[in-house]
Write a protein that binds this ligand. Structure first.
Ligand code: FAD
Length: 491
C-alpha cells in the first residue's frame, strides 16, 4: 500500500535501546525513522529512570556526606530543602540530556516521528499522533513502510490490582516527580529501584517502611554485600518487613492504609499501617502486547516479552527487538549493546557486508549496580550462584577497613570481593568468574571487574596490574592478591 514515509530501518521506541539503534544504523549509512510517543527522546532511562534518580541520589549522598563531616569538625547546620528548586534541578539535568539526543538525531539525519506506533503489516507501521503526556492518541495517522524494523518499546512499572487510584500511591515515575516529602513512606518491593527512591526520600526527611515477599532486600546480590548497606541504612527504616505480602490498601483521609499477610503459612505479619506515600516498586512489565506485533507476525510471550536470538532477531527474520522488551536484566547498558548488534546486523545484510551481518550479542556478563549509599555493584557469578550450581571458587576479599583511601574518606565500611575458578581443571590458576563491591563509588569500579571477566584474567593478571594509590580501585588488585594467596611473582 501507499505510505507517508519510507525507510530502511524503522525503530519503534526512543529509549536507550531505540536511540542507540537508530544512531548506529544512521552512522552505518541507513535511512532511519525513529518513532516515539513522548515529546522527548531518551525513554524511561533519561526521562523517568536512571538519570533523574541519579541526579536526586547525588544530592542525597552529598547531604548525608556533609552531615558526617560534623565528626571532622565541620558543621553546616541543618539543611534547608527547597523541593521546587530541587525538582527544577533534576528536570534541568534530564533536559540537558534529552535535548542533546534530539540534536544528535538531527545531525545524523534520523527522522523522528512523534506518535504511538502499531504494526499494520509485516512491513508497515501506523503512527497515531500523540500529545500531552504521550498517552493521548487523538491525532492524525501516518503510515511508515520499512525494510527492517527494530522493536525497542521498553517496559513499564507493574501496578498491584488492589491499589487505590490516589495521588498518594505512586510508581517510580510518580516518586521522581517529587511533589512533596511524606512523613511516612512505604516502599512496596525491596529491589534496587525502590531502595534508591527510598534513599532520596529518607534523606529529605521521610521515615521508611519496606515490604518484600522474599527473605531479603536487593535480591540478586550476595548477602554479604547487602548486609553492609543494610547496617549503614538501618536508621532510615521503621519496619523492614520480609517474607511479607501486601494484601490490601485503602485510601483514607489520614493516608493510605495498607494491610499485610505473611508469605508463608504460620508466619506473622504486622498490623495494617497508614502511609502518606506508597511507592509501588514490584517490578516492570514489557510493552510487547501493546504494539499489535501479531499484525507483523512477531510472536509475543504470555508475559509480553519478545523472544530473540543472539543477533536480536525475532521469529520474523527482518524484524529485530532489543532492550527491556526482550527480557532480563532490564538495564540501559544491556539495551545499548543489543541495539548496536541489531543495527549492525541489519546494515550488514542490506549492504552485503558479511562481517557486520555476523554481529551478535555475546557478552559474558552484564553488571548490576544499586546506586544507594553505600553503592552495591556486582557482575558475573555470585557466591550464591556458585554454591547453588556447585561451582568451586576461590575467593579474594579485601576489606576497605584496610584501604587508606576509604579510611581517609571516612567511609571504610565497604569491601571488594573477587571469585576465581577453583575447579581441578584450573590447576590453581583459575580465571575470574565474578565479583562484587559494596562501598562508595562501587558502581564506577565494577567495570574493571567486567573487563577482567571478558578478557579471562586470572588473579595474577589483576593482582600484578598496578592500581594508583591511594584509590578505592586499588581494592580490586588487593582482592586478587588475597585470592592468589601471596604477593610473589610465582605464576
Ligand atoms: P525504554 O527506556 O522503556 O524506552 C522505550 C520507549 O518506547 C519509551 O520512550 C516509550 O515511550 C516508547 N514506546 C513504547 N511503546 C511505544 C509505541 N507503541 N509507540 C511509540 N513509542 C513507544 N537501568 C540502568 O541501567 N541503570 C540505572 O541506574 C537504572 N535506573 C532506573 C531507575 C528507574 C526509576 C527505572 C524505572 C528504571 C531504571 N533503569 C536503570 C532501567 C532502564 O531505565 C531501562 O532498562 C531502559 O530504559 C530500557 O531501555 P529500552 O530502550 O529498552 O526501553
Amino acid at each position: 500500500g501507499s505510505a507517508d514515509l519510507e525507510c530502511d530501518v524503522l525503530v519503534l521506541g526512543g529509549g536507550p535501546g531505540g536511540y542507540s539503534a537508530a544512531f548506529r544504523a544512521a552512522d552505518l549509512g541507513l535511512k532511519v525513522v525513529l518513532v516515539e510517543r513522548y515529546a522527548t527522546l531518551g525513554g524511561v532511562c533519561l526521562n523517568v529512570g536512571c538519570i533523574p534518580s541519579k541526579a536526586l541520589l547525588h544530592v542525597a549522598a552529598v547531604m548525608d556526606e556533609v552531615s558526617h563531616l560534623k565528626a571532622a569538625g565541620i558543621d553546616f547546620g541543618a539543611p534547608q530543602v527547597n523541593i521546587d528548586t530541587l525538582r527544577g534541578h533534576k528536570d534541568k539535568v534530564v533536559g540537558k540530556l534529552t535535548g542533546g539526543l534530539a540534536q544528535m538525531a538531527k545531525m545524523r539525519k534520523v527522522t523522528t516521528v512523534r506518535g504511538y506506533g502499531s504494526f499494520v503489516g509485516a512491513n508497515h507501521l501506523e503512527v497515531e499522533e500523540t500529545s500531552g503526556d504521550g498517552q493521548d492518541r487523538a491525532g492524525g495517522k501516518k503510515t511508515i513502510a520499512f525494510q527492517r524494523a527494530i522493536i525497542a518499546a521498553g517496559s513499564q512499572a507493574v501496578r498491584l490490582p488492589f491499589m487505590p487510584d490516589d495521588p498518594r500511591v505512586v510508581d517510580s515515575t510518580g516518586a521522581l516527580a517529587l511533589k512533596e516529602v511524606p512523613k511516612r513512606m512505604l516502599i512496596l518491593g525491596g529491589g534496587i529501584i525502590g531502595l534508591e527512591m527510598g534513599t532520596v526520600y529518607s534523606t529529605l526527611g521521610a521515615r521508611l517502611d519496606v515490604v518484600e515477599m522474599l527473605d531479603g532486600l536487593m535480591q540478586g546480590a550476595d548477602r554479604d554485600l547487602v548486609k553492609v548497606w543494610q547496617k549503614m541504612n538501618a536508621h532510615r527504616f521503621d519496619n523492614v518487613m520480609l517474607k511479607t505480602k501486601t494484601v490490601g490498601a485503602e485510601a483514607t483521609p489520614e493516608g493510605i492504609k495498607v494491610s499485610f499477610a505473611p508469605e508463608e503459612e504460620g508466619g506473622s505479619a504486622p498490623e495494617p499501617q497508614v502511609y502518606d506515600l506508597v511507592l509501588q516498586a514490584v517490578g516492570r512489565t514489557p510493552n510487547g502486547k501493546k504494539i499489535a506485533a501479531e499484525k507483523a507476525g512477531v510472536a509475543v510471550t504470555d508475559r509480553g516479552f519478545i523472544d530473540v536470538d543472539i543477533q536480536m532477531r525475532t521469529n520474523v527474520p527482518h524484524i529485530f527487538a532489543i532492550g527491556d522488551i526482550v527480557g532480563q536484566p532490564m538495564l540501559a547498558h544491556k539495551a545499548v549493546h543489543e541495539a548496536h548488534v541489531a543495527a549492525e546486523v541489519i546494515a550488514g545484510e542490506l549492504q552485503g557486508n558479511q562481517e557486520l551481518a555476523a554481529a551478535a550479542f555475546n557478552a559474558r556478563v552484564i553488571p548490576s549496580v544499586a546506586y544507594t549509599d553505600p553503592e552495591i555493584a556486582w557482575v558475573g557469578l555470585t557466591e550464591e550462584q556458585a554454591k547453588a550450581q556447585g561451582i568451586k571458587v576461590k575467593k579474594g576479599l579485601f576489606p576497605w577497613a584496610a584501604s587508606g583511601r576509604a579510611i581517609a574518606n571516612g567511609r571504610d565500611e565497604g569491601f571488594t570481593k573477587l571469585l576465581f575458578d577453583d575447579s581441578p581443571e584450573a590447576h590453581g590458576h583459575g580465571r575470574i568468574l565474578g565479583g562484587g563491591i559494596v562501598g562508595m563509588h562501587a558502581g564506577d569500579m565494577i567495570g574493571e571487574i567486567a573487563l577482567a571477566i571478558e578478557m579471562g584474567a586470572d588473579s595474577v593478571d589483576i593482582g600484578k596490574t598496578i592500581h594508583p594509590h591511594p584509590t578505592l580501585g586499588e581494592s580490586i588488585g588487593m582482592a586478587a592478591e588475597v585470592a592468589h594467596g601471596s604477593c610473589t611473582d610465582v605464576p
